[in-house]
Design a protein around this ligand. Structure first.
Ligand SMILES: [Zn+2]
Length: 142
């Protein structure tokens, strides 16, 4: 087991679904970070069996909506002076912009260029979004 538990100041992204850690790592461009980062894959979790964890020894502005869209079960811990000062439980965001694209060929976002793709969450349990322009359904599959 790697001993990288002590972060003085930074962020720990916990309870990531196994296999999703690398995706989030790359999404946050942590592979290009000039501060200390750690990606832990397949850690043992009491709650989920296995999980990925990302530790970031830096302050970082994270798009929590995007992160929640990738994996709504994630917990984001803010660390200061080696203690968790804030624990944020993510969920599917109510709205997503420029993340998913409408597949309806007749939608204005398909017909015209440069329009922001916008989706609104209409069923949180099932993870169903609809396009704000044409009501096309997008089903989230985690
Ligand atoms: Zn649409």
């Amino acid at each position: 087991m790697l001993n990288i538990n002590s972060i003085t100041k930074g962020i720990v992204i916990d309870h990531i679904k196994p296999g999703y850690g690398i995706m989030i790592f790359e999404y946050l461009k942590l592979d290009k970070a000039d501060f200390t980062v750690a990606l832990i894959m397949n850690a043992t979790s009491k709650k989920y069996g296995r999980k990925d964890i990302i530790k970031i020894e830096n302050e970082l502005d994270i798009d929590l909506a995007m992160l929640g869209f990738i994996d709504p079960n994630i917990t984001v811990n803010i660390i200061e002076n080696e203690k968790i000062t804030e624990k944020i439980n993510l969920s599917l965001p109510d709205r997503v912009e420029s993340i998913i694209e409408c597949k309806n060929p007749r939608c204005i976002t398909s017909v015209e260029r440069g329009i922001t793709h916008k989706f609104v969450l209409i069923d949180e349990d099932k993870g169903i979004y609809k396009c704000e322009y044409c009501d096309q359904i997008y089903s989230w599959e985690g």
